[in-house]
Write a protein that binds this ligand. Structure first.
Ligand code: UDP
Length: 354
């Protein structure tokens, strides 16, 4: 539920993406009005159409690239006209491997989009941002569960853009105390909307575990490569804190309401995870049960930059927002599978599908 007098008019930058679309549904169901800004460079207008169907509410849309200086004027004007109370910022590039190959593009797009969004919000007098950050900002040597005070130290340019944006927002808040900032550090978002209508639609070969498993289950790919089985974990495979995307989306609503209820400006860093880890093989077994399909896999070498095990200390989100993840690994698999089965080609736009 939204609090009375809370942030009601929200700009959702990157609102058509995998997480953004679920955040939109959550906020609309909480009675908020939305302006989505998206350039659809890695998302589809079809996702927003389905968000409208699920929620029965309309969304304003500005199709714009926040990182393009030529579009800054139009963004500032439209945001001012919308009269927002704040923003959820999920606009950016997110492929780790690509970020290693093209770091300058990642810095330009992810940091540039943030600068424009902040400028537009400032001009509109809406000094409240919930930022889509990542557990990838943590260094490799933290003990589990990892609290927000854990050592920072991302291992690739994508992760560094997340950390730098967090730092930018913290600096902004120090310079102008009116700002209310919450950096949400996502662990491993998976699953899909329970309706089967929204989900992750990765371009090309999936980098992440769940979309890859799902494509193997549906028969689009032959075999999953399990990256390493000699880690010091229960079964030797990597352990991660998988969190259902609907729980994650609810965390954004809770963060917005929390910030809106604060009297003074502040900057928070908050983990969104379940607080427990599952191994790659446990995830494969759960997906197999949920889909009733075979998921052939083979053990492959470790992937560079991977840690053996990471899961969240999720207690801060609970203490501050009264939020906790509720859905199980089986829910994540069942919903992910429903989405994959009903939408084998995602939203069906033309993309390289090598
Ligand atoms: N993983 C795997 N095969 C894949 C993709 C991922 O074995 O095709 C493993 C990966 O090594 C890690 C876990 O699955 O232990 C989660 O990886 P993912 O890329 O989904 O998220 P990350 O934790 O790296 O952000």
């Amino acid at each position: 539920m939204t609090r009375k007098g809370g942030a009601q008019r929200i700009v959702v930058a990157g609102g058509a993406g995998y997480i953004g679309s679920h955040v939109c549904v959550e906020l609309l169901q909480g009675g908020k009005s939305l302006l989505v800004i998206d350039d659809f460079s890695n998302s589809s207008p079809e996702a927003l159409k389905r968000v409208r169907e699920i929620s029965g509410a309309d969304i304003e849309l500005l199709r714009a690239d926040l990182a393009d200086p030529a579009q800054e004027g139009a963004v500032i004007e439209r945001v001012a006209k919308f009269r927002p109370d704040g923003a959820v910022h999920l606009a950016g590039l997110k492929a780790v491997g690509e970020s290693v190959a093209e770091p300058m593009r990642y810095y330009r797009v992810n940091l540039g989009a943030t600068l424009t969004l902040v400028k537009a919000l400032d001009a509109a007098g809406a000094r409240l941002v919930v930022f889509s950050s990542s557990a990838t900002v943590y260094g490799e040597r933290n003990a589990n569960p990892v609290p927000e005070t854990g050592a920072l130290g991302p291992t690739n340019p994508y992760g560094r853009t997340k950390l730098f944006i967090e730092e930018m927002l913290r600096d902004l808040q120090r310079a102008d105390e009116r700002w209310k900032i919450c950096n949400l550090r996502y662990f491993n978002p998976v699953g899909a909307h329970a309706s089967g209508r929204l989900g992750e639609d990765p371009a090309g070969v999936p980098n992440n575990l769940f979309p890859y498993i799902a494509q193997v289950a549906v028969g689009r790919r032959a075999t999953l490569a399990v990256f390493g089985n000699d880690y010091p974990t229960r079964d030797g495979t990597g352990v991660r804190d998988f969190i259902h995307v609907e729980d994650l989306a609810r965390g954004h609503g809770a963060a917005l309401d929390h910030l809106a209820g604060e009297k003074k400006g502040l900057a928070l860093d908050v983990n969104l995870g379940t607080g427990r880890g599952y191994s790659v093989l446990e995830a494969v077994a759960a997906f197999k049960r949920a889909s009733n399909r075979d998921i052939p896999y083979e053990i492959a070498p470790r992937r560079e930059g991977d840690v053996a095990e990471i899961f969240a200390d999720a207690s801060l989100a609970r203490a501050l927002f009264g939020w906790r993840a509720e859905k199980s690994l089986d829910d994540m698999c069942a919903d992910h599978w429903r989405w994959q089965r009903d939408n084998p080609d995602g939203y069906g736009r033309l993309k390289p599908q090598s």
